[in-house]
Ligand binder design. Structure first.
Ligand code: AMP
Length: 318
């Protein structure tokens, strides 16, 4: 559940106007490679048939995608020419989302895995409350637009999810903590078992609550890329790979093996790395299994630190 949008973006590589975007769109396309997925969202009567067809082609169940009179959600942003990690939102128009009230079908309310992609936190809570029984795992993403305007609503829903996936500046803003470790601890105290902090080209940090009340941390780099075209949707594609992997492995929030979560983070990073190498959905929708597998294999090589034959001791000189 999240936004399905038309995006207008400008990056150092060029620009696109009114191209298919939205948090739920990136999420569902990325997760469709690993798990059956359905989307709950609303579009306007300007939504194009070929965009619906793209979702169908990727076997995304669009029976929960309502069409209403009015305009589809619009977002516009521009990326810093020197630093692709920095972007400015130029325009956000909720349009048909402004008074959207989703009604889950019987089948949707029985889903084992629920991802509450970036959208109004009251809508995220509404969908969570419509679930028949507690899903095996619920994760959530949000952004500054909602943190600044609807923090109380957002806290209410964060308290009820298992995993919070959030950008590093946004987790600082949400928790009122400058330091990332303190910010992660503050989120874990609110309720989630894990918080996954996205740091753009610097990778991802995942903090996990341990049964003794302490927390463990996993750091995953981003795949070093020789060209980045358009970072839009990297975070949602990350979430799609992450949840797709957890769903395919049958993971349950109460017994989440750290090793499974780590592989889910690596696959999320793979999907994010693909999305940024094309405008909008271009690279994500054209990805081959060989490319996805090859990038996942690269993560093993990238992060492996073998112990020396004599053990882990360092060669001290004095
Ligand atoms: P990301 O780059 O992963 O943060 O996500 C970008 C996507 O989020 C774009 O395709 C936008 O359409 C969508 N988006 C931007 N602002 C919002 C918002 N306030 N609520 C929901 N979705 C949004």
């Amino acid at each position: 559940m999240g936004s399905v949008a038309y995006d207008s973006v400008r990056t150092q590589a060029g620009s696109r106007t009114d191209a298919l975007g939205g948090s739920a769109t990136y999420f569902s396309l990325a997760s469709s490679y690993f798990s059956p997925v359905g989307v709950v969202a609303v579009v306007g009567d300007d939504f194009r048939e070929d965009d619906l067809e793209l979702l169908r082609t990727h076997k995304v169940d669009i029976s929960g995608l309502e069409r209403k009179p009015g305009k589809t959600f619009r977002w516009a942003g521009v990326y810093d020419t020197a630093d692709v990690n920095t972007r400015e939102t130029l325009d956000t128009q909720l349009n048909v989302f402004a008074d959207f009230s989703p009604a889950l079908t019987a089948e949707q309310s029985k889903a084992d895995y629920l991802f509450l992609a970036n959208i109004h936190p009251a809508l995220q809570l509404d969908v969570l409350e419509q679930m028949d029984s507690r899903p095996k795992l619920v994760a959530l993403d949000s952004m500054n637009f909602w943190i600044e305007g609807n923090k109380a609503d957002l806290k209410k829903v964060v308290e009820q999810v298992d995993v919070l996936i959030i950008d590093e500046n946004e987790v600082r803003e949400f928790s009122d903590e400058r330091n990332l470790v303190s910010a992660a601890r503050a989120v874990l105290r609110m309720g989630p078992t894990a918080v996954v902090i996205k740091r753009g080209e610097h990778g991802v940090l995942m903090y996990l609550s341990e049964p003794d009340g302490s927390e463990s941390v996993f750091a995953c780099p981003a795949l070093p890329l020789d060209h980045v075209i358009d970072p839009t949707g990297a975070g949602d594609s990350f979430a799609g790979g992450f949840m797709g992997y957890l769903s395919a492995s049958g993971a349950t929030a109460s017994t989440l093996p750290a090793a499974t979560l780590r592989r889910a983070v690596a696959l999320g990073s793979v999907m994010g790395s693909i999305t940024v190498q094309g405008f909008n959905m271009e690279a994500l929708t054209g990805a081959s299994k060989a490319d996805i597998q090859g990038r996942f294999d690269k993560f093993h090589a990238l992060t492996q630190l073998n112990e020396a034959p004599g053990g882990n001791g360092l060669p001290w000189s004095n």
